[in-house]
Design a binder for this molecule. Structure first.
Ligand code: FES
Length: 176
């Protein structure tokens, strides 16, 4: 086969292209896998396990609702991890020694932060004046339901709260 043989040149061209394409694919597969791997992982928007709110004695029996920030020690998604993330706020109330009530401070109308009205002894949302009873039920205003209760337990004398965010602007309570 002479050096300028067209068949030889064609063979070399095809072989070179095939080797190049093979090398490209061999490199692309692990790279694409690395980039796409987190996409299949579960994205965590907030912890579902109970969060520690400190000793139960912080919350006096019969006192007005006390507002606490709900902070997650760590929130991870498929790509990043953030520490001490403020998820929201809750009002804690102990009507009696054996009863603890936690209400989300997120207004179920459009999500403003509700506050405790000491004079009226109920909750008021400053955005559109929805009012809620001390135990959470809706009194007046555009909110279609009462304040959202949050699960609480006491473990070794410490209050544990599970943060739940609900859909806003609905009469039913649907977690999001
Ligand atoms: S956001 Fe609370 S009443 Fe509208």
């Amino acid at each position: 086969m002479a050096e300028d043989d067209p068949d030889r040149r064609k063979f070399l061209k095809v072989t070179t292209c095939a080797l190049g394409a093979g090398a490209g694919i061999a490199l692309a597969i692990p790279t694409l896998r690395l980039i796409a791997a987190p996409a299949g992982a579960t994205t965590v928007t907030g912890p579902s396990e109970p969060l520690d709110l400190g000793p139960i004695d912080r919350f006096r029996v019969g006192a007005e609702p006390r507002k606490v920030e709900v902070i997650a020690p760590i929130v991870k998604d498929a790509w990043t991890a953030a520490r001490n993330v403020v998820l929201g706020a809750a009002f804690i109330r102990r009507p009696s020694n054996d009863k603890i009530l936690a209400l989300s401070a997120v207004c179920p109308h459009l999500g403003c932060a509700v506050g405790w009205d000491t004079a009226a002894k109920n909750f008021l949302c400053p955005c559109h004046d929805s009012r809620f009873e001390a135990d959470g039920p809706r009194m007046t205003g555009p909110a279609e339901r009462g304040l959202d209760p949050l699960p609480v337990t006491v473990h070794d004398g410490r209050l544990q709260l599970t943060w739940v965010r609900y859909k806003m602007g609905t009469s039913s309570r649907e977690p999001v």
